[in-house]
Design a protein around this ligand. Structure first.
Ligand code: PMV
Length: 317
């Protein structure tokens, strides 16, 4: 069997993270300039599955029964979904330039790419919905209670308006949007932060619910402004969303500084994105100011910046 390769991109959440876990809407866009690739090769005359991930310094033979291992449970999930008893010996080589634990979708990209690669290798041609369902099952085992927004945007590769348990809606942007993702360099684990917010919601239910309601309204409004191409209003809504996430304790001084710098150097708006307590800030910027804003963000201490353009027609360039 020839080697087979599949990739999946990163993503960012423009509105509604955390609230989306509790049924509110959220908006996410794919980031095709960063991606994770899985190459599958047959290992003739061998019995085991070999994992090679140079970025994580991993090279080992997989024990498929080790249920805590992310590769093992991803493969088990795929196997169960396809209703096959046994996977052939193969090597999975994983490469990625998506920064891990930074809110840019590295785990969703892993779930989608491994599913795409292994199912194609086995001769299955999955519909996007099936691919998304399997990736969601893998995400659940990694994160406990994911909303499903990450795997969905990575799978469909279009800007999405997402509500848990409802059919995904695609957004056609009224104007191209230039985004800068400024990485704080501080890593944070989605599962831990989502667990902390759950605890907070259990203790301070009214307070947290009020904030989530406001984030939900902002997201609905933002969808309209994105469709109209009203970047000034989108930016304002991003800032409001950031402040509400901050009230939940999800921001850090460095994230606030990056938001502040974006605004002072001419962004329409900026906010933390993803689970927070680290990771990235996303800024919506006028394209002609993007170089200057990026420079200012690096001077403020961003570890790296990624500039991405969301086009109007397909949604993605
Ligand atoms: O994976 P991250 O860090 O981009 O965050 C995911 C977004 C959350 O709303 C915090 C969790 C979820 O499952 O929707």
């Amino acid at each position: 069997m020839p080697a087979l390769s599949a990739s999946a991109s990163g993503k960012t959440i423009l509105f509604g993270e955390h609230a989306v876990v509790y049924g509110h809407p959220a908006i996410a866009v794919p980031l095709p300039d960063i991606s994770l690739t899985v190459i599958v090769q047959a290992l003739p005359n061998q019995k085991k599955i070999r994992i090679v991930n140079e970025g994580l310094d991993e090279d080992f033979l997989l024990d498929e029964k080790e249920s805590e291992n992310p590769y093992a449970f991803a493969l088990e999930t795929i196997r169960n979904y396809l209703k096959i008893n046994h996977l052939p010996a193969m090597q999975l080589t994983i490469t990625s330039n998506i920064p891990p634990e930074s809110g840019l979708g590295s785990s969703a990209a892993f779930s989608v790419a491994i599913t795409r690669a292994v199912t194609s290798f086995l001769g299955f041609r999955l519909a996007l919905e099936d691919l998304n369902n399997i990736a969601f099952e893998i995400e659940k085992r990694q994160h406990g209670t994911p909303s499903g927004i990450d795997n969905t945007v990575v799978c469909f590769q279009k800007p999405i308006f997402f509500r848990r348990g409802q059919p995904v809606e695609f957004i056609i942007t009224g104007k191209p949007m230039t985004l800068i993702l400024a990485n704080s360099g501080i890593r944070s684990l989605t599962k831990e932060v989502v667990d902390q917010i759950r605890e907070k919601k259990n203790k301070e239910t009214e307070f947290v619910d009020r904030i989530f309601d406001r984030i939900g309204s902002i997201t609905i409004n933002a969808r309209l402004k994105i469709e109209q191409g009203d970047q000034g209003s989108i930016g304002q809504l991003m800032l409001e969303n950031h402040h509400l996430l901050n009230e939940l304790g999800l921001s850090l001084e460095k994230l606030d500084d990056l938001v502040e710098t974006s605004m002072q150097s001419g962004a329409f708006g900026a906010k933390l994105c993803g689970s927070g307590k680290g990771g990235n800030v996303v800024a919506l910027v006028p394209p002609e100011k993007s170089n200057n804003i990026e420079k200012a963000l690096m001077e403020t201490g961003a570890e790296s910046c990624l500039v991405a353009t969301i086009e109007t027609n397909t949604g993605v360039r």
